[in-house]
Design a protein around this ligand. Sequence first.
Ligand code: GAL
Length: 376
Amino acid sequence: MKQIRFLSLTLLGAAFIFGGCNQGAKNKSMIQKELIGTYKGKEVYQMTLKNKSGNVIRLTNFGARITWIEVPDKNGARENVAFGFDTFDGMIKGDPYFGAVVGRYANRIARGKFSLDGVGYSLALNNGPNSLHGGPGGWHSVVWESEIIKNAEFPTVKFSYKSPDMEEGYPGNMNIEVTYTWNDKNEIVIDYACTTDKKTVLNITNHAYFNLHGAGNGNILDHQLVIKASGFVPVDSTLIPTGEIRPVAGTPFDFTTPHTVGERIAENYDQLIYGKGYDHTFVLDNKEEVDASVYEPVSGRLMEVISDQPGVQFYCGNFLDGSKIGHGGKPYIYRSGLCLETGHFPDSPNHPDFPSTVLNPGETFKSQTIYRFSVK
Ligand code: GAL
């Protein structure tokens, strides 16, 4: 982070501190906005949001990402638990998805093909035979407009993006707004709002990677996971749903009670083999406030996930290989981060029996996901 500050103040010479947030005063929330570079002619900013508890998250309008979540352990020691990079260059050239908003269709669409009202659409294939995460030029890779919401109760930043008709092969001009609020309960509240002028499909998520030991501090196999899901979405060897919704009961996918990520990951179970570990959508029961939680007993950090969506993709970093050097020069090694990506199921446009991902003109897609941090 220091490197980014240095860049913004000396090379680009444009750092903005926004008032109304009482910078420097104790127990006050604040937002600081800094220019950190330009990408394809557009200015990229970093926003630092501090809540009244003194905890900090950082966001950027490159991919509307979360780049830093600094929260205390049970002894009050703060550490960043989200994957990201210390430099602008690192972020632009690094992993495309760390912390990013993913769309227009998060997860996979089989062979990059779907149809709406008899009209076929073809997407770029960027993941074997399939299209992944909105395609190579998806929303993770564009510079969003950003706005600090003045007079909000808590530090709040709104990112907006206009996705043109047929961008990455998807029909309809779409307006997307993603609002992040960092409240005093250490909750990142993410509000999504999307509209279109033509019938289209939409599956939007945030792709933050978490390690509650601190990002870059070993693997997440000891993290204790709960997912309130009685079923999950089995996939084929290219990670496309088979169409089945399988009960988790009696399988290594039963996280309805706490299990560590690593406990059953090496079992000889078809879906663990296809997924190379856990890389599956869980069908949320949506009966309780909290849909999923992750607890790391050494630090005592707990993260709870609350969503109004039908599913959550639990991915445990099976494709991380240590080649991405993140915050503090630490490599992100195999299974050193986990994602809980709230949203719809993969390939829903080709599965009429899955919850619909169609968005029509005149409708507004609204959704909220909360990542809540505490200790126990
Ligand atoms: C996840 C997906 C994984 C992998 C990852 C990005 O959402 O489930 O299979 O593609 O994104 O590396």
